[in-house]
Design a binder for this molecule. Sequence first.
Ligand SMILES: *[C@@H]1O[C@H](CO)[C@@H](O)[C@H](O)[C@H]1NC(C)=O
Length: 602
Amino acid sequence: MSPVGLSCLFISVLVCHWVPAGSYSNGKVTKVCGSMEPQHGSSGQASPSPYRLETNSSTFRPGDQIQVILSGTSHFKGFLLQARGASNQGLVSTVGTFTLTDQKKTQLLTCNKHQGSAVSHTSDAQQTEVIVIWHAPADAPTQVQFFVSVVSQYNVFWVKLPGPIIYQHGVTPHPPQTDTTPPPVQPTTSPSILPGPFTSEGCGQSKSCLLDPPDCDPEDPQCFFLSMTTEGPDKMSVTFELSGPAEGYVSFALSRDTWMGDDDVYMCVTDGIRVSVSAAFVSGRSHPEDQSQSGLASVSWRLVDGVIQCRFSRLVKLSNQEPARYDLDQAYFLFLAHGRAQYGRVWKHTQQPFISSHTKHITGAPEVLGGSRGPILMKLHGSLMLLAWMLTGSVGTFIASFYKPDWPKQTLLGQKVWFQVHRGLMMLTVTLTIVAFCLPFFYRKGWSKHAGVHPYLGCCVLTLSLIQPIMALIRPSPDSLRRYIFNWGHWGVGTVTEVLAVAAMFLGMRQSSLLLPQPWATHVLIGYVVWLASFRFLLLMHKHFYIPKSLDTDDQQAIFSQSEHGRCVNVKVSICKSLILAALALGNSALVGVLLSAVAHI
Ligand SMILES: *[C@@H]1O[C@H](CO)[C@@H](O)[C@H](O)[C@H]1NC(C)=O
């Protein structure tokens, strides 16, 4: 809940304790036995409620006990439950009496001077399920209907939701008579429970499937699965099966493009106990709108070990009344998303949706669709940055830090070896950085607003990377008195850039558009930092013990080449140091390789 929402709730709680006519968090609501309206100053919700009333039987005999269950896909703080007699004259007053199964959370009320004829809450503690027993009286009418008002939050409540009608044995059921309150709940058949996990059998033959990771088994608790089967004599309806591990919801969307917005979304939302299936429309990068269950038939679900499963069917074409549902005889990109949910409201997915690699004619020939959670531009961005900062930049800096005295005799294209290699690698690093830096701007068509600190770090890295070659171009000659300023400046800026780049990589692999498997990827990067640090330590030790400290690096080669002894040491040392450099480069390449393959598999 947002801070604003929280403070609103807080204020409404304050108000409800001040205003005398305010809420009855103790559930003693006999004043409103007739209207069943909580006097909360606002009117009840007209939208479909997330609550359901069920009985364990559709018929009864006088004296029978009927179990009545109030449940919801979202929590509720208060309720008022009654049974009313339905006769040909319409609804009469409360019928029968209740007994409780939970004396702490529920209480009996006396409505119409009839003790135990209604049930309510005892406190505003949140609940998701209430079970009570209803006793049919000897003089029961032929039909009895249950009604419930449910308070989700102080100003969010549903009044007099009509529940099931039960009929007396041997009495022909009459069409139910309802009173003037408009029934907010559509009389849909209640969902059933699925017998077991879905199967990928028939994918590509009798149904189209989308699987993430590719070729996973829907029985595997890590597998996200969507299947579509065209059914009916004239291929008039499509059955969807959706499953995957999620805290709150799994969903899929039909989209005309690979961007979120203007999408027809189908969601299976759970409160941890039940699953409710609904459809909605997403108009932008925002919350689904017009969430409703209309148009969805044969709904069933299952919730086992954190895996949400649901199945439903939908007509290929829905009548115009349906809010913005897409026809299924056209081609769409398919999105698979999942995330948290609260009070039946879904939260933004934490991971980029899995998007099919091409559009799919929903009623078209069965096929197995591929897809990815990483847009290609972002994958390129990540790969180039990893290459630049874990390989070329890292090795290039390392050479400048430790290898200036090595290979004193050889030159490469007229320059010292270390200098050529350093300059080459660093120019490559800067080039890779510039290219990689631009890609997210193409992808987002502007600044990445939801990416936190990462893009700012990226800007710093780019700026500093550009300063380095400029600084190098205008450096004073090696024998200049001011040369030390350049040496320190170049070293300092380089170090800061590398640190920022590593920080940016840590944050980058957590971005939703390029989410690498966590915490594995972070561990690989920590491994890289430790690996690099240990090499630096090793060579610092080496420098300390093998090289006379009083000498400046630029003079060392001269000393070494002059003294026989020094040269001998230098040769051995050079081989040893070359091996160290090779090991570093190999190790870095391996770590980059591992991360690149992870990027490729997103
Ligand atoms: C419904 O539940 C009540 C109370 O648990 C029980 O006595 C009754 O037999 C049940 N009826 C059916 C049809 O299961």
